[in-house]
Design a protein around this ligand. Structure first.
Ligand code: HAM
Length: 448
């Protein structure tokens, strides 16, 4: 049997992981610049965290969750998104009592949804996101949107489209739900079976329907902006004004309802078409949630957040040439000549590694010419050749593969030799008089 990956999953290969790490590192840095701290919550949660949090009416809970009974017959779910689990942790750890509000958290990791796989849509994908929990100020909503925007522009995506909408407060949504029911009821018979369920569970979800006839019908449905309470209107205006002051362009889209039931007030989504003309779907989205903390057993506190889909983000960055997809080069390739010299060669390679030089070693029994070819393929600039004579005389041969020159170097001088070549001038960066090894500062040279 040829083993294959599970449908809808994706291997991130070594030529991609470097790009993913660079992307995540930039997102981390910007989240920290905005005063957010990383939280790591489990992939597995009790299923009710999502059924209560994300909502029984959402497609995610109705159809897409990886839910199973554990060996003690408890229903557990592999997170389909982060927000509900983060709020569970916020409540369980009583962060509302021990920290100043709002609590600002960021996160990243795998999420799971049993969706129909297609371009940019997986069953296992990674999200990077933030939650700002515990303050009702609309300026936190604006800050979260501007954080997402800063992340995208810092990655080099200058032409992202930001759509926003306001779903209003509880009163707004109660009135709007009734209006939608009155509008859709006469058409219910001809609508898809999903929409029939949505009609009962949460008619707002009908506005998301992708079935053509239902979508057409939804375009003529009452608009939520006509049902906003004065408080919601005022709040939404403040968010929009703050975005304008911060030069963040947006369009208002009254069809944008988002697929999770916990949203209230402002919701938003970022989309982008890569320079190759590929649209991978929304790069990220989020919004304000008024009742989620309470729904999961905490005090009456709101929150706001967003998540990006990391695979989609990575793919547009590669398409646009903003991230390079390749296995990183090595600096030095150690080439032992003969089986008996391989142990010694390994000790030389390990020493170079300790000092921060990316070093590989060829342990295979192949000819020197083939070893050099391998070194070049790995992007190595130098080969360190070690044969019987070199071991006996405590020397190595350093070959510059680009210039095709070589010279003998005393093994004890090798670290300083490379430090000088890499522009570090040798010696130890702690400023002390030690040469190669500094136990005290664990000097690895300027390459770190
Ligand atoms: P979401 O819109 O369901 O929101 O997901 C956020 C992002 O995850 C999407 O915009 C997309 O980039 C990515 N994504 C979603 N599903 C898939 C998939 N099947 N394959 C690949 N990427 C996908 C949330 O998850 C909310 N928790 C966001 C949030 C945080 N709201 C408030 N706080």
């Amino acid at each position: 049997m040829e083993a294959k990956n599970v449908k809808g999953t994706r291997d991130i290969l070594p030529n991609e992981t470097g790009g993913f790490l660079r992307m995540e590192s930039l997102l981390n840095t910007i989240a920290e610049l905005f005063g957010y701290h990383e939280i790591r919550t489990p992939i597995l949660e009790h299923s009710e965290v999502f059924s209560r949090g994300v909502g029984e009416g959402s497609d995610i809970v109705r159809k897409e969750m990886y839910t199973f009974l554990d060996k003690a017959s408890r229903s557990v779910t592999m997170r389909p998104e982060f927000t509900a689990g983060i709020i569970r942790s916020f409540v369980q750890n009583k962060m509302y009592a021990t920290e100043d509000l709002p609590v600002k958290l960021f996160y990243k990791g795998p999420t799971f949804r049993y969706e129909r796989p297609q371009l940019g849509r997986y069953r296992q994908f990674s999200q990077f996101g933030v939650e700002n929990i515990g303050s009702s100020s609309p300026y936190n909503d604006a800050e979260v949107i501007s954080l997402a925007y800063s992340m995208l522009t810092s990655l080099g995506l200058t032409d992202v489209k930001l759509k926003i909408n306001c779903l209003g407060d509880q009163e707004t949504r109660d009135n709007y739900r009734n209006a939608l029911k009155a509008y859709f009821e006469p058409h219910l018979e001809s609508m898809c079976s999903d929409c029939k369920e949505r009609f009962v569970l949460n008619p707002l979800r009908i506005l998301d329907c992708k079935v053509e006839e239902d979508h057409k019908l939804a375009l003529g449905a009452p608009k939520i902006k006509d049902y906003l309470s004065d408080a919601s209107k005022d709040r939404f205006e403040k968010v929009k004004e703050a975005l304008r002051i911060n030069n963040i362009e947006f369009v208002e889209d009254d069809q944008l309802v988002r697929g999770l039931d916990y949203y209230s007030e402002v919701v938003f989504e970022f989309s982008y078409t890569s320079k190759k003309g590929v649209d991978y779907g929304a790069l990220g989205g989020g919004g304000h949630y008024g009742n989620l903390v309470k729904e999961l057993g905490g005090p009456d506190l709101p929150g706001v957040g967003f998540s990006f889909g990391e695979e989609r983000l990575y793919d547009v960055l590669v398409d646009d040439g903003l991230l390079v997809s390749k296995v990183p080069n090595i600096d030095i390739f150690v080439l032992p000549l003969g089986e008996e010299n391989k142990g010694y060669a390994l000790s030389v390679a390990n020493r170079l590694r300790m000092y921060g030089f990316v070093t590989d070693m060829c342990a295979e029994d192949i000819k020197l010419g083939s070893m050099i070819k391998r070194a070049l393929k790995k992007g190595a600039v130098f080969a360190v050749i070690i044969g019987e004579n070199e071991v006996r005389n405590n020397k190595v041969i350093v070959k510059n593969l680009k210039e095709n020159k070589q010279e003998e170097v005393n093994t004890s001088e090798l670290i300083n030799y490379f430090k000088a070549l890499y522009g570090q001038g040798g010696g130890c960066s702690c400023g002390g008089s030690c040469c190669e090894g500094c136990e005290e500062c664990n000097d690895k040279g300027d390459k770190e």
